[in-house]
Design a protein around this ligand. Structure first.
Ligand SMILES: C[S@@+](CC[C@H](N)C(=O)[O-])C[C@H]1O[C@@H](n2cnc3c(N)ncnc32)[C@H](O)[C@@H]1O
Length: 430
């Protein structure tokens, strides 16, 4: 049967190839689908979704928003209030619809995305097999960990065998992805809950979502509570709209201000893998940081407030003297990093002596970073050394440290193995 297709301009569209057969990233002209058009076109048009979309009209631009975890690998210590202000601006977008899109075979127990039709169609890249596949990126994950009860913290994840530094030992797929505006007041509250409930009910294993911790006192609906207690921020769609992404296994990992693991998000596949920040021994609890690393106690407590728990990690439970010593080190690290950043910014107007002094500052900084386990800062500091040497005219040393910077990123899994050799690309920015 043919149905009128009003919402796309077929003259500019590439052929619709079944998602698994597409070799190249996304549909060039995505087909937007909502409950009305999906019903009109019939189930064959729903692909890759396995359910008829469930939709609702957005109301006036929203008010309060749910606050969720930032990706913890960012250690710049910046407060993310700015981020939320930015989101306020794009809430002035015209009237829109939000729908639930489910593929109950995606990942481990199925996936529901609650978002606009445009974002849903722009997210087809998650079925693109030419992109790195999460499971290929972490072999032998099944034996690495187990989820058990941890006294005082609900459930948690412990190592079932030795895990080597930087080994990716867990792969997880988003089970629920929700546009922040849905949970934040852009749709009628009860309509929002109806969508969230449908999103959870439609995945093949709803318990993977509904069985997660619900620790938020502000939430009024179980799915909202699960999201508030466990979700991460992620950008989705052509506009990079903020969404909450829920990864059910990752969600079982407790927070530690000096974690032994860190997540690496693969936004294209709505997947994540978790790698060890250092060697982990069997039986050891696996932890990640819910907040940017390297903050002093007061800043950490402030950033953790939104999860409504008092952190009992070893650093927070240490003696007053130890905490003060750690705070002093972290403050000093911040000062030194700032000094280096400034010297790098001014490297083409500063004197040779000033550049050499900056290299000394980095030499002073490195052991402190090691001491505080600020592993996400290493590559940045190697790149700073490289830039300073380049400005000093020592291109050999510049290339050596630029390569180290890339090696660290590749070892930590933040760039693809194939990009380890692309030092010339980094040096073009010098
Ligand atoms: C994302 S969940 C982690 C898994 C959770 N423990 C469970 O049972 O599913 C976050 C919740 O775990 C608990 N939690 C995580 N890290 C903690 C910590 N360092 N100290 C105390 N409670 C923590 C808090 O209740 C927090 O709201």
């Amino acid at each position: 049967t043919t149905v009128p297709v009003n919402d796309i301009d077929i003259r500019t569209c590439a052929p619709r190839i079944p998602a698994p057969l597409q070799r190249h990233s996304r549909f060039t002209c995505p087909l937007t689908l909502d409950d009305v058009s999906a019903q009109a076109r019939g189930p064959s048009s729903w692909s890759p979704w396995t359910h008829l979309p469930v939709c609702t009209e957005a109301k006036e631009p929203g008010f309060e928003k749910i606050e969720v975890k930032d990706h913890g690998e960012n250690d710049d210590g910046e407060d993310d209030d700015d981020e939320e202000e930015e989101q306020d601006e794009d809430e002035d977008t015209p009237q829109t619809r939000f729908c639930v899109y489910t593929n109950n075979r995606h990942g481990i127990g199925g996936l529901s995305i609650v978002t606009t039709p445009e974002t849903a169609s722009a997210s087809m890249g998650i079925w693109d097999e030419s992109l790195p596949q999460p499971l290929e990126m972490a072999a032998n994950t099944s034996l690495a960990y187990e989820i058990i009860d941890i006294p005082g913290r609900g459930k948690g994840v412990v190592a079932a065998r030795k895990i080597k530094q930087y080994e990716a030992f867990m792969v997880d797929y988003a089970a629920l992805v929700v546009d922040l505006r849905v949970a934040g007041g852009s749709v009628e509250r009860n309509e929002g809950y109806r969508l969230l409930q449908a999103a959870a009910d439609q995945v093949s294993d709803p318990q993977r979502v509904l069985g997660l911790a619900q620790t938020s006192t502000a939430a009024r609906h179980p799915v909202e509570n699960v999201l508030r207690s466990n979700a991460f921020h992620t950008a989705l769609g052509a506009e990079g709209d903020e969404h909450m992404a829920l990864f059910p296994d990752l969600a079982r990992i407790n927070h530690d201000c000096r974690p032994n693991a860190f997540p690496r998000f693969l936004p294209h596949s709505l997947a994540v893998n978790v790698a060890a920040a250092r060697d982990i021994v069997p039986g050891e609890e696996i932890t990640i940081s819910y907040i940017p690393l390297g903050q002093t106690r007061i800043a950490r407590q402030k950033a953790l407030l939104r999860w409504e728990f008092v952190c009992k990690c070893p650093l927070c439970a240490a003696s007053e003297a130890d905490i003060e010593a750690s705070d002093a080190r972290l403050t000093r690290i911040d000062e030194l990093r700032e000094k280096v950043a400034e010297a790098v910014d001014h490297r083409y107007s500063s004197t040779r002596a000033e550049k050499k002094a900056a290299l000394e500052t980095i030499r002073d900084l490195f052991p402190r970073l090691y001491e505080e386990d600020l592993f996400t800062a290493y590559s940045e500091q190697y790149a700073s050394i490289a830039r300073l040497y380049w400005a000093l005219g020592d291109h050999g040393q510049a290339q050596f440290y630029a390569q180290r910077s890339l090696d660290v990123l590749a070892d930590q899994g933040f760039i693809a193995e194939a990009d380890r050799d692309k030092v010339h690309l980094l040096m073009r920015t010098f």
